[in-house]
Design a protein around this ligand. Sequence first.
Ligand code: NAD
Length: 263
Amino acid sequence: MSVTVDLSSKTALVMGVANARSLGWAIAEQLLAAGCRVGFSYQGERLKPELEKLTAGHSGVWIQQADATNEEEMTALFARAKEEFGTLDMLVHSIAFAPRGAMENRFLDTSPEDWNTALSVSAYTLVSAARHAEPLLNDGASIVSLTYHASQQVVPKYNVMGVAKAALEAATRYLAADLGLREIRVNTISAGPMRTIAARSIPGFSGLYDKGARNAAFGRNATPGEVGKLALFLLSDLGTGVTGQTMYVDAGLSIMTVREGQE
Ligand code: NAD
């Protein structure tokens, strides 16, 4: 069965593409293939050339620098979205950060500064982006972010980022309630381990990745392309009626303890 999604009359803002491996880019590729007009924001000027290269050749695309924790830059970003598109149908939040020290030491030793940074960048920015977007969002619009199973179970070294993801998932439910009467949907995708820049900064990530591949129900990890397809479902009209949810695309890793023979 093939389902064709036509987003040629739709607009999206994707926040958090660093390079071709970024999960935000896997989502953007699906949106662009469906004909959507897409704006991108990137954290700092260092990332601009890569994003320019990725988006070259796609029509209806614009890019703008915006650190998601910087109120002035967020105001300017959504002013640009208004100028370019008038209104928005989709918002993708694909942003996370925790200081490396907070992921190397014991969780017990998390400093208030590192706690605030991780929670602010990785969870509060979803609330801030949704608030900035609200006046532009059409009724029936859809917001998607990215989370990870360390919000539910202890994953070694994930530490304060696990707490940040739990906050992101709870924020998803509260935002879904606030925006629900306009049928604006807010969901978060819980992705299995994938080799991206953010993942590489997690101590021991490659062991986690290999273990995921051995223990997942599919005997492999999920792929960025599969994240992109779930996002397309949630962002398009295929996903009407779904809001406030954490949806897993992890090749069945979170349902397993260990795969038989892998103990
Ligand atoms: P990535 O490094 O490609 O993307 C992370 C992005 O966050 C980068 O573009 C970075 O510039 C941006 N960012 C960080 N701080 C920012 C700030 N203050 N303002 C604006 N942007 C900022 O890595 P990724 O793995 O694609 O991460 C995207 C999302 O997917 C994150 O929320 C991450 O936690 C989530 N996720 C990743 C995995 C994985 O294994 N890679 C698994 C589950 C969830």
